[in-house]
Design a protein. Sequence first.
Length: 85
Amino acid sequence: MDTRERVIAIIAEQAFLQPSDVREDMTLGDLGIDSLGVVESIFAIEEALDIRIPFNANDPQASEFDISSVGRILGAVERLVAERA
């Protein structure tokens, strides 16, 4: 399973959906993921990929990590994984 598939699987699990139901143009809100679910997703992605995501749960808009869509999350995670390598 590659990075994109792992991240989509984590997001899908948080939304109680199948990974095939998650599209890159969707927001986490579109998927029914609330703020607690966002934080849980971030932690799960960090743990699964052994990375540190620069996300401020108290002020998501001020974070360096763009969570505006699934596609943005995927791109940011892929960059973090590449930087770690």
